[in-house]
Design a protein around this ligand. Structure first.
Ligand SMILES: [Zn+2]
Ligand SMILES: [Zn+2]
Length: 171
């Protein structure tokens, strides 16, 4: 497991840990790509470890509105508590853990994987202002004008347009 923090013989105080992993090594597939970065600040005291982590994940998405592929970096913060005393464990809080004082490592792989998945929004849009595809003609409205109105010229108008054309040429 890649995301392990060595805690054996670590002194009380603040420590920093940085990880840069491939999504694959954490068992993450699409839309995750390129990297998973985690910066953790660990505060160790007599009875506990407190971990403040910043997670940055690189993703490749396809826009829900216009189908365009785009890259995004998603961010997420999380806090984990590890207590040497089981009495401090809050069953309601999934971010508190018991850790035996003689333990050599804290493994945060599972938490990082979970928070990476939580960072993915429900709605994937390349831009909040994305106009999407026209339901009628299918053009990407971010790049082109809708063709619907031009295609739907009624026959009676066509005659008039031809006439107008003629007049213009004569003039
Ligand atoms: Zn879009
Ligand atoms: Zn259209």
């Amino acid at each position: 497991m890649p995301l392990k923090i060595k805690i054996k013989n670590i002194e009380n105080g603040v420590h920093y840990f940085d990880f840069n992993e491939s999504p694959k090594s954490l068992g993450l597939n699409k839309p995750f790509s390129n990297y998973i970065k985690v910066n953790c600040k660990m505060d160790k005291s007599q009875n506990q470890f407190v971990l403040n982590c910043d997670l940055k994940v690189h993703t490749n998405f396809e826009c829900d509105r216009c189908s365009e592929e785009f890259e995004a970096e998603l961010e997420r913060d999380f806090k984990l508590f590890y207590f040497f005393d089981e009495e401090n464990i809050d069953d309601e809080d999934s971010n508190t853990f018991y850790i035996a004082p003689e333990e050599d490592y804290i493994d945060i792989s599972k938490e990082v994987r979970e928070y990476a998945m939580l960072s993915v929004p429900m709605k994937i849009v390349c831009d909040d202002d994305c106009k999407g595809l026209c339901a009628g003609c299918g053009v990407d409205l971010n790049k082109e004008e809708c063709r619907c109105s031009k295609d739907e010229v009624r026959p009676e108008w066509e005659e008039l347009l031809k006439l107008k054309d003629k007049i213009n040429k004569q003039g």
